[in-house]
Design a protein around this ligand. Sequence first.
Ligand code: AMP
Length: 193
Amino acid sequence: MRLVLLGPPGAGKGTQARRIASEFGIAHVSTGDIFRDNVRQATALGTEARDYMDRGELVPDDVVIKMVGDRLAQDDCAPGFVLDGFPRTVPQALALEDELAREQRPLDCVLRLVIDDEEAVQRLLGRREDEGRADDTEDVIRNRLNEYHTKTQPLEFFYAERGLLRDVDGIGEIGEVTDRALSVLKGLGEEDA
Ligand code: AMP
């Protein structure tokens, strides 16, 4: 199973990606987590990404595309993967599509977690309180949502056109949302029958 989770910041992509990965025994690949690890360890990649992250802006495509290419080549991604936070722009989606086509392992599905902006802001503000995440000031949160609408939302059309997009209502208990996501994923093979 190879899939992408789409949705605004605060939609619960990380939480749901972890649960889906564990259900199917596949890798959870979160670009945000990889960047945060690199920032903590002060690597060259972390230094390059940090200013963008602090402003709530996207890290340049070439940096992210290379990083994800390296990650997907690792052994734990062979049985499949859930991409969480990638792709976030059309050039990233095209690069991913090319690479997976070359390897003859195309995506099975793109799940979109649907929540509205106000819910997203409230959740991110709550997370800031709970986790003390320095990247979640209100200005930065608005910036991240703006980046989502201008650069990432076009991917909904991109993947809908390819017949891959499936919507999951992201409002409700964590377990309920997981159940909705799993029922979509488990029904995938049956849709064409
Ligand atoms: P996240 O935890 O997924 O919200 O990511 C945190 C931050 O990492 C984002 O606000 C971006 O600055 C950066 N980032 C993560 N994934 C990407 C991506 N696919 N493209 C560009 N920047 C990214």
